[in-house]
Every structure is written in C-alpha cells, then in structure tokens.
Design a binder for this molecule. Structure first.
Ligand code: BG6
Length: 480
C-alpha cells in the first residue's frame, strides 16, 4: 500500500477526471488499496463548497462506465475524505491554498496530477514551485503529466527544460494510460515468460507487424483539444509508438527499474524520422465524413461543434515504420488508428512469413494476435487440414481469452496511479522516449499542418482506401 500522501488533482471537474480518474481513485479506495492516509484534494476553476464537490464526485462516479460496483458504505467514507480548492491557475493564491492544505496534513508526501490542457503544464509547475511544493525535504513530491507532452519536438524540449528548472526527472511521471492496460503488460508476459516465441521474434520469420487502434467514437465534444492535436499527437506519438516499442524491444535486464524504459528508448532510436518529403509515401491521413454507424446516421468532423471551417485536422492515420536494427531490418511495422471506424478494437498482430516451400495450395501466413481490447486475449492463426478425403487446408484459430481467469481487468488508471504513489516509474515514459517519438513523427506534422488535402472517409468505414495501398499488394489489413 502507498505511504500517506496528498493526491492533488488539477482539472478535477474536467472530462478525463470525471470519466477515468475519479473512478480509478475510488476503485483503489474501495478495494482497500488506498488507506485513508491518501487524501484527495481536487482543484478546479469553478467555485464549490466541500459539500458541492462531494456531490459532484458522487455523480461522476455513478455516471462513469469505468466505476466498479459501488458499495454505498465505501462511497460515503470516500466522499468524507475529499477536499476541494478553486482558483485561477495563473495566479498565486491557489498554490498557497494547496500548500496550506498539504501542511495541515500529517505528511508532506504529495502527488500532483495535472489533468489539464498541455498549455497549462508550465504554469502549474511554476505555480507549485513558487510555493516550494516541488521540494522533497521531508517527504516525496511527484508530478503526473497527461499526454501530449508538448505539441512537437521543440515544444517538448522546451517543456522539459521548464519543468526541470524545479523538478528532477525522477519526480516527473508522464502518463500514457496504454502502458497501464493489463493486456499491454501481457505482451511482455507472453514474449518473455515463454521460451517458444523468442527464436521466432525477428526478421527471419516475421513478415510484418500490424498495430491497430480503432475507435468508433468521434470527437465527443473535445473539438477545442482535438483541433489543436489531431491524430498524430492524440494517438500515434504516444499510445501506438509505445505499443510498437513493447513489441519490438529486446528483453529488459531483470531487476533494474529503468531497464524497460531503456529498451523502449533503443527501439525508438532505431526508427528513422519520417521526412516531410516522404510523409505522403509512408503515411495516409484521413478525416471522418458523415456516415452510418450501428444503424445511426452521424455527422462528419467538419460539422462537429467547434471545428474550424475547412479544417484539415486528421482523425485517421496509417503509417509504415521500420526499426533499423539487426532484429528487425526489413520488417515493416504498419500502424493505424482512427476515429469513427466501424468498431472499438485495439490489436497488435505479428504476421509470420509463409512456409518457405508450400506443398499445399492456399497456405496463409500465421498470425499471433494480441487483442488489447475489447474481448481481451491472445490468438494464434494456423493452417489445418479440414476433415475429409481431400488434403484441403483451412485457417483455424487457437484462442486464449482473458475471461478464462474469471476476474475483471484492472483499470489502467488505477494501476498507474498506484505506481505513481508508490514511486514505481517503470510504466511511465521517460524523457528520451518522448523526445525520440516526437522526432519520429515530426515530419508528418511539418508536412501536413496547414498543407495538402486530408482525404475524407465515411464514418463507419475502415478509413481511406489509400491505406490498403500503403500496406502493399501481397498483404492486407486484418479484418477485425
Ligand atoms: C486518449 C485519447 O489518450 O485515448 C482519446 O486522447 C482516445 O482521443 C483514448 O479516445 C483511447 O483510449 P482507450 O483506452 O479508450 O483506448
């Protein structure tokens, strides 16, 4: 269990906090993983009394689909521990109030969670430091920062420089919630907890890797953020590249807390940057147009509230990357992600080469697929003889489903919050990883922003047709 601490959540009335963070914190509390020694202090713009804040939290918990089943007694005790402060984050007062609150508690340990738009990260970091809240004289102080870390390589460096004026790198926890997903961690378990995969895991037997993160949702009222971000900053630079790194990395040395992050960083270093001239050759961008999904007629991105007329913001990307090292030379990694696709599904598929000489017709490639969500599991596609006189082969699937464990999957935010509270940073991307991933995608930003055409795709389809050309004639995207 974590030590006593104050958990300060900035932006506590925002969308992320309501939908994900508060349910995760409550889940930890209800599960007995946060003793009452961890107290939550919410910080927001709105003025609210403690009573109003508690009511707000209770409603958020009841509304979020992420909340575990609520046990009324636990909810009542949880609400009792909550406190709230409001203020202007650009001023000083709110930080003085936070300091006073922290000082009034029996511990000086504090975790500051910035569930805020990136434009406020520096303001809050400076504000906290102005009150000495970064100093670790008689307890620890940590900063959790939501993605995206910066908006390009240059601003990420600037952000890093501004943060490290006050905070040490070891105090900074950059959150990428994909790393907290059970199924993402299972990728490591399957790769390194079994001896049979390692000999296959390289250019000799693997034809290519496909990583898909499809979403059925559209903007969900987040135009203000999304118009600024777009799919490259929202999903590719962080979640998808992290999945790639975990798939491609070398086994980390045991026992070293930094080994995992070192190995991921090495993968990024081996990926060449996409030059702006090459952007349209190695990547396809798209934006959703009106269409039908689950029988419902939905409007296009251009008609969403808050989207600028003629916006080029991409909501879909497919990209081909190569990891230039001995293990992966010549093996393409195809990544795709988009909004308003036919369904929500995230998968990493390792596609093997065909047998060197086929004595049967129609021999397909084997595929080892890690289903990250939903219907979580791992499957292996093989060719098998069908019953009968003929030697006829058909694809069959060996399937492991998480349901088999009969236990619910933990929320990634719960896992990561607990890690941050206990000081385990291994699942939080380190500075080099973030800078390297910006370096990789910077060319796409340079080539696309304010330039060229973003092709439209109909909502409820799998994105622009050009993505099929990108993957090549002899390969096809998985039908998910
Ligand atoms: C967030 C993005 O980081 O990840 C959202 O900002 C996206 O746009 C979300 O919808 C997807 O996360 P998950 O866990 O639902 O796959």
């Amino acid at each position: 269990a974590p030590e006593p601490a104050t958990l300060v959540v900035f932006g506590v009335t925002g969308d992320l906090a309501r939908r994900k963070l508060l349910p995760a914190i409550f889940g930890l509390f209800q599960g007995g993983l946060l003793s009452s020694a961890v107290e939550l202090l919410g910080v927001g713009r709105q003025e609210m009394s403690s009573g109003e804040f508690r009511q707000f939290v209770a409603e958020a918990l009841r509304e979020s689909s992420e909340t575990d089943e609520i046990e009324e007694g636990s909810l009542a005790s949880f609400l009792e521990t909550l406190a709230y402060r409001s203020g202007d984050l650009a001023g000083e007062q709110v930080y003085a109030d936070i300091r006073e609150f922290c000082e009034g508690r029996g511990t000086s340990n504090a975790l500051f969670y910035l569930s805020l738009p990136p434009s406020l990260f520096i303001t809050v970091s400076d504000g906290l430091a102005g009150q000495g809240l970064h100093e670790q004289t008689d307890g620890w102080r940590r900063l959790v920062i939501e993605k995206p870390f910066g908006r390009d390589l240059e601003s990420a460096r600037e952000l890093q420089a501004r943060l490290t004026r006050h905070w040490q790198e070891s105090q900074i926890y950059r959150i990428d919630h994909y790393l907290g997903k059970e199924t993402v961690q299972n990728l490591l378990a399957i790769r390194f907890g079994n001896a049979i995969f390692e000999p296959l895991w390289n250019r000799n037997l693997i034809d290519h890797v496909q990583i898909t993160a499809a979403e059925d949702l559209g903007l969900e009222g987040r135009a203000g953020y999304y118009e600024e971000a777009g799919v490259v900053r929202d999903m590719l630079q962080n979640h998808l590249l992290q999945l790639l790194a975990l798939t491609a990395m070398e086994p980390p040395a045991p026992g070293s807390p930094d080994a995992l992050r070192d190995e991921k960083a090495k993968v990024f270093q081996a990926i060449g940057r996409i030059t702006p001239e090459k952007a349209d050759e190695v990547a396809v961008r798209g934006q959703y147009a009106a269409g039908t999904l689950y029988g419902e007629r939905l409007s296009g991105y251009q008609d969403e509230e808050g989207v600028a007329e003629g916006s080029r913001t991409a909501t879909y990307i497919a990209v081909r990357l190569e990891v230039d090292n001995w293990r992966w030379q010549g093996v393409p990694f195809f990544l795709r992600t988009g909004k308003r696709l036919p369904k929500k599904v995230t998968e990493i598929a390792v596609v093997f080469k065909r047998p060197p000489l086929s004595i049967f017709p129609n021999v397909e490639r084997n595929v080892l697929a890690f289903r990250i969500q939903p219907d979580e599991g791992v499957s292996l596609k093989l060719s098998s003889k069908t019953p009968g006189q003929e030697m006829e082969l058909r694809e069959v699937v060996m399937d492991f489903r998480y349901d088999a464990f009969g236990a619910p999957l933990e929320s990634p935010y719960s896992r990561l919050l607990l890690d941050a509270l206990t000081g385990d940073a291994s699942l939080f991307p380190r500075e080099e990883e973030v800078m390297e991933s910006w370096r990789i995608v910077q060319g796409l930003l340079d080539a696309w922003e304010g330039q060229g055409q973003t092709e439209r795709y109909t909502s409820g389809t799998w994105g622009p047709d050009a993505a099929d050309e990108l993957i090549g004639e002899d390969r096809r995207w998985r039908r998910l």
